[in-house]
Design a protein around this ligand. Structure first.
Ligand code: ZN
Length: 176
């Protein structure tokens, strides 16, 4: 997971920006698995289905969409071939908040799984969200998985733009 970094060029790439939300989520998950495995561009389709639990019909539709764009192919051996799009330079970076949220939504299932479905601050298991450890307004990365942490709604709302250290201290003092 730590190897996957979604830069501006990725989220604004013509092939990617045109994807439906479902296909985007599926593709980002596939890229993450591919990066984790370091075993080449193929990932077991069964692992994908476990991480992105769409209905069979929706999964088929998403696969058709990704196949048509040359991004993912399912082979007969049940392996998903994941094509990493070539890096393209787009000039001055523009990254609207809507895109950040799209990235975060797509990565949430992976972040939750990585963190064991518990809040990284208090250990709570309810109302899980993805928090930016270093807030965006403080220059934190919107999509680097190392800056993303599973947080319960209470911690996410309570921390707001405070630093991670300040929030942990507030929690420890019972002043959260
Ligand atoms: Zn919490």
């Amino acid at each position: 997971m730590s190897e996957l970094r979604l830069d501006d060029w990725f989220t604004t790439h013509p092939k990617v920006i045109a994807l439906s939300d479902a296909a985007f989520r599926f593709y980002v998950t596939a890229l993450s698995l591919r990066a984790q495995r370091e075993a080449g561009p193929r990932v077991p389709f069964a692992e994908m289905v476990a991480l992105v639990p769409f209905s069979k019909v929706k999964t088929r539709r998403v696969l058709l969409e990704l196949d048509a764009r040359g991004l993912c192919f399912l082979n007969e051996a049940g392996m998903l071939e994941v094509v990493a799009i070539p890096r393209v330079q787009f000039g001055p970076s523009t990254k609207p908040r809507a895109l950040w949220h799209r990235v975060r939504r797509a990565l949430a299932p992976l972040i939750f799984a990585r963190d064991g479905y518990r809040c990284g601050y208090c250990g709570g298991e309810k109302d899980l969200q993805v928090d930016h450890r270093e807030a965006l307004v403080n220059g934190g990365s919107p999509d680097d998985p190392t800056n993303l942490l599973t947080a319960c709604g209470r911690c996410n709302r309570g921390k707001r733009t405070r630093s991670e250290a300040a929030w942990r201290e507030a929690l420890a003092r019972g002043k959260a």
